[in-house]
Design a protein. Structure first.
Length: 224
């Protein structure tokens, strides 16, 4: 009853970001909310877990922010953003929504409309700033600023992915990797057919545009 009432209040007009206690999930294919399969949509509250299976994708929305979940992704709806347990999510926000992945916190660096991807898969955490700049914080070290178009890859391990590794193991990236749109697409394709991203196109300006969640980006951008 409380979940239904919260959903109705959200639809009437909440003005908060993912920091609010309610969002809506729209599922396509096999999508679960707290272990129960989502038929088409459902209300999500702080602490709830959304999971997409091999054939599922999902969209989490609230006023000012949107998150696209690709297949084989698990997120927990938390205060201030989304905790990514595994998989790929794309965030579009004008309200400062963050993503938490292991010890990392990925947030917009300003109040500007921001779009970024976070991928947690195969022992790595990858972050790509698609629109505007993002800040990556972890531990007591100085935050890393990723400018629009830059990406960062770190091991999904203790000590922010920079701890001592077994002999012969590949070294993690030590900082942001500059990537042009062309190099970005080639690199991401090589990094994994496992990512399951939607197609990426370029506008005449040369900026990459994610084919997923664009309708939410455009809608919320027009509202901000």
């Amino acid at each position: 009853m409380w979940r239904t009432a919260s959903w109705l209040l959200f639809l009437i007009g909440s003005s908060a970001a993912f920091a609010a206690d309610t969002a809506i999930v729209y599922g396509s294919g096999v999508v679960y909310l707290n272990g129960a399969q989502v038929n088409s949509s459902g209300a999500v509250m702080v602490g709830d877990v959304v999971q997409t299976k091999d054939t599922g994708v999902a969209q989490l929305t609230t006023v000012g922010s949107s998150a696209s979940m690709q297949s084989n992704t698990i997120v927990r709806f938390s205060e201030g953003g989304l905790a990514l347990d595994r998989g790929t999510i794309t965030i579009a926000t004008g309200k400062g929504a963050s993503v938490f992945a292991r010890d990392f916190k990925i947030s917009p660096s300003s109040g500007a409309w921001t779009q970024f991807d976070v991928i947690r898969s195969s022992g790595t955490i990858q972050i790509l700033a698609r629109k505007s700049n993002v800040t990556v914080s972890c531990g007591t070290g100085a935050p890393i600023l990723l400018k629009e178009g830059q990406q960062l890859s770190r091991d999904d391990a203790a000590d922010c992915g920079l701890g001592q590794k077994p002999i012969g193991a590949a070294a993690a990236a030590k900082g942001p990797i500059l990537a042009s749109p062309t190099a970005e697409m080639a690199g991401m394709a090589a990094a994994g057919g496992l990512l399951g991203w939607g197609s990426i196109s370029e506008r005449r300006t040369g900026q990459p545009v994610c084919a997923l969640a664009c309708f939410d980006w455009l809608y919320f951008s027009s509202q901000s």
